[in-house]
Ligand binder design. Structure first.
Ligand code: ADP
Ligand code: MG
Length: 502
């Protein structure tokens, strides 16, 4: 046979479209040409494949070798195709049998020695191979990531030779058996570390229960960052599907997937100097940004007014839709981005407005400009605003009789409230459509009158109106009530602090 066909997969967003690797040997001057790869990647791949074959004591065919990676218009990152290309050359030149190749998909980068190197984005490849009903051959280091997908036969290898033996002598590599999926307990910091701030903790619990966005306003050093970092620990545990989605985003990102993050809700805290691309994703073959790395988890924006306003504006669309489409000249990529936004800011540029420990030196004008930086459409999309005031110093240092709840206790209440929501509409309250809000956030006469007065007094927008109803619904769910009561509603209205000052 002088023709071989193998299956591999490219990366496009978090998808892994099929790539046919066709290898053809013809008579003529010895040469190797690869079509369907970008120029630079071609050269590098050629060198690695040639080195790996020679160093594994195979014969590099002295013929005209053409390798076609199809379809041609898919973006292809070089390294991952080394393995199928090398095997294709061996099969086409009769050095290994070609009959069983179509039962497998192959992915892996080769070292010049013939050793296999880990590649990024294996999880989406594993999902797609499973769905196509083929087994997957991967570098050893990638096996654990692939094994997150159930119902897939995985054959890990450290060296090209192991795979050749497997194909020649039939089943030499033992199938990788899925290790038990350990649900890593949420690490480190607990909500009980935070002293006082009962109002802020209550708001955090409501935000967790309904997946609501939250803005904390307060002077420096009052525990805002502490509180935000404890949110993942009180969120409901992830479903298998959520965990897979989140892992798939990490898998194709620059940092790659690591099994210790399996089933942990992400917590991302991009700095305020972060660029738009860092935040939403980008690149010539687009990679996910912070909002996608926070998918099914939390994105914390500390010092919100310091972020570039244009950068914040790009958050508006994913906040509504839960996904982001990145368009590049050549192509588009879509990434999931259902993140929970938590933000923090000082009350004024110096940070001490309303703080009795120090005097604020900001002029009214300066304060207005500071707040203006985030006013408007983004503000409108944040469900809850709270103040996090300074505690009396003795409260931080003195041992107290204060009853502090641990994250696990709060998480139980959150889980129960979230279950009610999922049973009712199939989604957390923050994601209800306007129509669903009308159906499931019904007020009695007293509630309607209260909300009407608040709308007028606080000059609330239609968006804010819906947000109050959703938050009230969540508060009622935490209270295990099927109807929204006036107490629930008035608490929800209390979380529109910034509207009041508009
Ligand atoms: N409510 C609190 N309970 C316990 N420690 C606190 C509290 N508030 C602040 N601290 C201490 O002050 C430090 C700074 O808190 P941080 O959360 O970074 O404040 P902020 O983000 O509001 O500026 C924390 O690391 C912690 O040691
Ligand atoms: Mg902070």
């Amino acid at each position: 046979m002088s023709l071989a066909l193998l299956y591999s997969r490219a990366r496009e967003g978090i998808d892994a479209p099929l790539v046919d690797v066709e290898v053809h040997l013809a008579n003529g001057l010895p040469a190797l040409s690869i079509v369907g790869l970008p120029e630079k990647a071609v050269q590098e791949s050629k060198d690695r494949v040639r080195g790996a074959l020679v160093n594994s004591r195979f014969e590099f065919p002295a013929r005209r070798i053409t390798i076609n990676l199809a379809p041609a218009d898919l973006p292809k990152e070089g390294g991952r195709f080394d393995l199928p290309i090398a095997l294709g050359v061996l099969a086409a030149s009769g050095q290994i049998p070609g009959e069983t190749l179509s039962q497998y998909e192959f992915i892996g980068e080769l070292a010049l020695s013939g050793e296999l190197r880990q590649v990024k984005g294996v999880l989406p490849v594993a999902l797609a191979a499973r769905d196509a009903g083929r087994a997957l051959v991967v570098p050893q280091e990638s096996a654990a990531e692939a094994a997150l997908v159930s119902g897939l036969d995985i054959y890990p290898a450290r060296h090209l030779l192991e795979i050749c033996e497997h194909l020649t002598q039939g089943g030499r590599i033992p199938r990788y058996t899925t290790p038990p999926k350990s649900r890593t307990p949420v690490s480190g910091s607990d909500l009980s570390d935070v002293r006082g701030q009962p109002h802020a903790k209550r708001a955090l619990e409501i935000a967790a229960a309904g997946n609501h966005s939250l803005l904390m306003i307060g002077p420096p050093g009052t525990g805002k960052s502490m509180l935000a970092s404890r949110l993942p620990g009180i969120l409901p545990s992830m479903t298998e599907a959520e965990a897979l989605e989140t892992a798939a985003v990490l898998s194709v990102s620059d940092q790659g997937f690591s099994a210790e993050y399996w089933s942990c809700r992400p917590f991302r805290q991009p700095h305020h100097t972060a660029s738009g691309v860092a935040l939403v994703g980008g690149g010539s073959n687009p990679r996910p940004g912070e909002i996608s790395l926070a998918h099914n988890g939390v994105m914390f924006l500390d010092e919100l007014p310091e972020f570039d306003r244009r950068v914040l504006e790009v958050l508006r669309e994913p906040l509504e839709s839960g996904r982001i489409t990145i368009s590049r000249a050549a192509r588009q990529a879509e990434f999931p981005a259902r993140f929970q936004l938590i933000a923090a800011m000082n009350p004024c540029p110096c940070g001490y407005l309303g703080d009795n420990s120090r005097n604020c030196r900001c002029s009214a004008d300066k304060i207005a400009r500071y707040r203006d930086r985030i006013s408007g459409p983004l503000m409108d999309r944040i469900d809850m605003h709270i103040e996090v005031p300074r505690l009396p110093t003795e409260m931080l240092h003195r041992p107290t009789e204060e009853v502090v709840e641990e994250s696990a206790t709060v998480r139980e209440r959150v889980e129960t409230a979230r279950k009610r929501q999922l049973q009712r509409t199939g989604r957390p309250n923050s994601a209800l459509s306007s129509r669903e809000v009308e159906n499931v956030c019904v007020l009695d006469d007293a509630g309607r009158a209260l909300l009407h007065r608040a709308m007028e007094k606080l000059r609330l927008s239609a968006r804010a109106y819906h947000r109050i109803l959703k938050v009230a619904r969540t508060i009622a769910d935490l209270d295990d009530q099927s109807e929204i009561q006036v107490a629930h509603l008035s608490e929800a209205i209390g979380y529109r602090r910034l509207d009041r000052q508009a």
